[in-house]
Write a protein that binds this ligand. Sequence first.
Ligand code: C2O
Ligand code: CU
Ligand code: CU
Length: 510
Amino acid sequence: MKQLSRRQFLTGLAATPIVVLAGCGDGENERSRASTLRQLPIPPIAESTVDANGTRHFHLVAAAGAAELISGTTTATWGYNGSILGPTLRARRDETVAFTVENSLPEPTTVHWHGMHVPARFDGGPHQTIDPGEKWEPTWTIDQPSATLWYHPHPHGSSEKHVYRGLAGVFIIDDDVSDSLELPGDYGVDDVPLIIQDRRFEEDGSLDESDSTNIGLLGDTIVTNGVAGAFLPVVTESIRLRILNGSSGRLYNLGFDDYREFQLVATDGGLLREPISLSRIQISPGERVEMIVRIDSGTDSILRSFPIDNHDNVDWESTDTFGFADTFDILELRGRQQLKASSELPTVLSVLPKLDSGSAAATREFELQWFMINGQRMDMNRIHFTSIVDTTEVWTVTNVDNWPHNFHVHDAQFQIVDINGTPPPPELDGWKDTVYTPPGQQLRLALRFSRYTDPTAPYMYHCHMLMHEDQGMMGQFVVVEPGAQAAQTISSSADISDMESMPNFEGIHH
Ligand code: C2O
Ligand code: CU
Ligand code: CU
């Protein structure tokens, strides 16, 4: 039997929009699953109750289940309040939210609020472990602009597995600015979250969790909102897609098959200054973009991921290994015969004050290289530096590897000052919490930590390619009041007694 290479297989997939194939050709065992497209599932808006004090309460339960990622096949999965993914959390700026998070999984997990400005002890990083059968009750007041954030597990060393098994959800923040704009906003109708992930499957339909290439789990099947091969009926002239790259390690270069332009309106931390016309947008793991796209009546449009453009210094082996040459169909948008009129897009979306990178209170360097940042791997007991609340810092992040990495910071949204000395393109000029750091490139980020200080509970910064993160491409910092120092003991519910190294604080004080 002729054995298809992975590349041939993927090319075949891209050319066959109506039929979805999954499962790689594998000599004797070669087979494929075929099915017609299924309607895109929309994660439900999470139920919540508001108490007498105005606090909005949510309840999340992480548990094992089974889902039909591939039509006709049952796959064992993990999910929040369901078999896979989680409900869409939604709250307003200035609202106080409170969560009860229960862990019904067979192992410890955490829930991290990616992109959220949140007290460190409620951040849900590797120190806020929830043991099986236990619960965790974080609470904070939302204090940041409208945005599409997300939530996912962050347990020390096993984030990739937990996310890959299905634990991830969207967290939408609304505010007066987003209310005042005439953007498509009918959730699930013309305002649709799109969680894009890649998966590999075993013959029996279970998730293939083997890492044959040793670069992280890279799938050959795209799963959007929990199903492979999805279509979305579109009933309005314009539709807003809130896109999350929830993959372990795969980058996507998104656009439409006919090169139509879409309007980019938001990135990780919220609205851009004005809509940007693009025909392609690249997102790395953890990043979000919001696009508005016009659909023609009675016409199908295919949202597709094209080969990654920005691979200048990635060696050829790696571009192949990291899937940079792949093409995938993500979603088929089916325009109805009669489309409801959509409003014209506003020309101004938001006011984005520029952080003053010239007057930075601290500058820091981060060198990314194969499982390390600045030559060190993650140590749960080590705080790398101390930031002073309400001061602006400039971080220089350099990927000295010939491998792709990205960079994510907890608690604050940052602004990109420059990339290799050049101001960022408009799509990277808004609030960001995660950014692609191509090999050989140097990015300067301006950030400012506000409101929450805690000398005992750290925030993380790390590569968001989850296997790299799990392997230790992560560091920790605390935010304190001026004059304060990091505590000698990290407050943690995680079991760090088996870590051999002693606490090693390298606080930087100004
Ligand atoms: Cu989305 Cu530290 O993670
Ligand atoms: Cu995060
Ligand atoms: Cu990395």
